[in-house]
Write a protein that binds this ligand. Structure first.
Ligand code: CUA
Length: 225
């Protein structure tokens, strides 16, 4: 989860989020290089007094400064496309979780396991335990096995919601009448927090998501209860 003074991305807990962070850093590096170069050139324009009355066109330099940015953009576009298709790759999921957005809570179904289903509400501030996270903890957590491919199906019952877990690189809209699919792989145990990220009404801010990532044995114990 995000903690104090964390202005960047959260630490990744899935291979896809790792790739997303690599891509973010790569794009940012290119952006910084362009900004520094253009900034330097613009700054220097204030101080030079080079004027040439007979310079009306320069075919070569215009060719260069048209094609060069296009080539630089390719270095962002190609890794971006690679990541886009990587995010949609489904690799034999071992568990499927269905999450349904409601105003304003999530409900979950484990369709592989006798259709276990439950609602998941945020714990109100006045009922929070001393070690609870305000506006982030829920009464019923999703328990899922670590080191396994997990498929999630997202939909909604009323308006559009969005099932978003930053540490796992997951963000899928839940749309009424549609079933959206994505997948992730958690490479460590722990709690992963997320929030709805589609403006869905008055209590949009109060429908968080909590995943409890546990070893497979513990997951089987939990689901068989
Ligand atoms: Cu549900 Cu915002």
């Amino acid at each position: 989860m995000s903690t104090w003074a964390n202005l960047g991305l959260q630490d990744w807990s899935s291979p896809l989020m790792e790739q997303l962070i690599f891509f973010h850093d790569h794009a940012l590096l290119i952006l910084v290089m362009i900004t520094v170069l253009v900034g330097y050139l613009m700054f220097m324009l204030f101080f030079n007094s080079y004027i040439n009355r007979f310079l009306l066109h320069g075919q070569l330099i215009e060719m260069i400064w048209t094609i060069l940015p296009a080539i630089i953009l390719l270095f962002i576009a190609l890794p971006s496309l690679r990541l886009l298709y990587l995010l949609d790759e489904i690799n034999e999921p071992s568990v499927t979780l269905k999450s349904i957005g409601h105003q304003w809570f999530w409900s979950y179904e484990y369709s592989d396991f006798n259709n276990v289903e439950f609602d998941s509400y945020m714990i109100p501030t006045n009922e929070l335990e001393n070690d609870g996270f305000r506006l982030l903890d829920v009464d019923n957590r999703i328990v899922l096995p670590m080191n396994s491919q997990i498929r999630i199906l997202v939909t909604a019952a009323d308006v559009i919601h969005s099932w978003t877990i930053p540490a796992l690189g997951v963000k899928v809209d839940g749309t009424p009448g549609r079933l959206n699919q994505t997948n992730f792989f958690m490479n460590r145990p722990g709690l992963f927090y997320g929030q709805c990220s589609e403006i869905c009404g008055a209590n949009h801010s109060f429908m968080p998501i909590v995943i409890e990532s546990v070893p497979v044995n513990n997951f089987i114990k939990w689901i068989s209860n």
